[in-house]
Design a protein around this ligand. Structure first.
Ligand SMILES: [Zn+2]
Length: 342
């Protein structure tokens, strides 16, 4: 296995310097797991600058009428039909889970971190909020599998944190999906041999540049060839699928997600996506992977981080160096309980 990278230098007459010739450097990197390429831009003005936008003000504007806030959630959110879902909603701690109004999958859930947290900036995510949310999503996946193991075969837990990440409701929440057909990335990941994932992790651990920490059963690394800005991956060992996630691993996942969100907040990022990819028990390959990426900070008329490259070429272009990201994230993981960063 190699961590393949090719550096390209490009020269222009630069209007920012009176049309002197200036050279800029970019790097093409190949993901050792999937072969997918990414483009790293070096020494450029920040592609995702921290926005001066007052997110708290938008939170205040969107609070009246929000269907996930405490005085509306009971009346405004749907309930599951099957007997396996209790009274039609799943509650764990402050988390409340219910069906998604939009049928993105055969089983499609929304889980609010806490009805009282209409405004939940990434910097204020806590391991408890994240863990209770994940516990509710795991209970949802188990209920779906019990009801119809075929229709619910391919499970995932996902997040669109704020509008730039794709959320239509301001109030932070996660989304679960169980479907008979894998998404493109779920299919891609199960085609990656398990030993390739092991070798990748062994090399990252040994190299240390992008390795962030282990929380015990999960290894956290900054992606060498990220699929989006600031991609952090958590490789979950010894678990077959999302329905089998024990509480100890859920707590680890919650800790890693929280540390990653705090790292993003430090970079001035307010919005991110999350996916935890599950696969049916009989699937081989790299099955359980958690992945987070930064999205453009929330602001009016923001520049989307998703351009023709990401949307139509499946190729990310980013100026967030995976090695710098790992160094930052290591500080946050080191401050958390139960992490070994060396
Ligand atoms: Zn709300």
């Amino acid at each position: 296995m190699e961590f393949r990278a090719e550096v390209t230098t490009r020269v222009i007459h630069d209007p920012r310097r009176g049309f002197e010739t200036t050279a800029s450097v970019m790097e093409t990197r190949w993901d050792p797991l999937t072969g997918q390429t990414a483009r790293l831009l070096r020494d450029v003005e920040r592609l995702l600058p921290a926005a001066g936008f007052d997110v708290a003000e938008l939170a205040a504007q969107t609070r009246p009428g929000c269907p996930f806030c405490p005085d509306r959630i009971e009346a405004a959110t749907p309930r599951f039909v099957g007997a396996g879902f209790g009274d039609g909603r799943i509650r764990v701690g402050r988390a409340v889970l219910f069906p998604n109004l939009l049928p993105y999958a055969a089983y499609s859930s929304v889980c609010v971190y806490a009805p009282a947290r209409h405004h939940l900036p990434l910097a204020e995510m806590t391991p408890v909020l994240a863990a209770d949310n994940l516990r509710a999503q795991v209970a949802f996946v188990r209920a779906a599998h019990r009801e119809n193991p075929v229709a619910a075969a391919w499970a995932s837990i996902n997040g669109n944190h704020l509008l730039p990440a794709g959320s239509s409701v301001f109030h932070p929440h996660t989304q679960g999906g169980c479907h008979p057909v894998p998404t493109n990335t779920q299919a891609q990941l199960v085609s990656v041999p398990a030993d390739r994932a092991e070798e990748y992790l062994t090399l990252e651990r040994r190299g240390g540049q992008r390795y962030i920490a282990t929380t015990g059963q999960i290894d956290w690394v900054a992606a060498f060839a990220p699929t989006g800005p600031g991609e952090i991956r958590g490789f979950i060992h010894g678990v077959g699928g999302l329905a089998e996630l024990g509480d100890g691993v859920v707590v680890e996942l919650a800790a890693g997600i929280t540390h990653t969100m705090h790292t993003y907040a430090e970079l001035g990022i307010s919005s991110c996506n999350l996916a935890i990819y599950g696969a049916p028990p009989q699937a081989a390959g790299c099955r359980l992977l958690a992945r987070l990426v930064c999205r453009s900070p929330l602001a009016p008329f923001y520049r989307s981080d998703v351009t023709y490259l990401e949307r139509l070429h499946a190729e990310a272009a980013t100026d967030i160096s995976p090695e710098d990201l790992a160094a930052r994230a290591r500080q946050h993981f080191a401050a958390g309980p139960g992490c070994r960063t060396g």
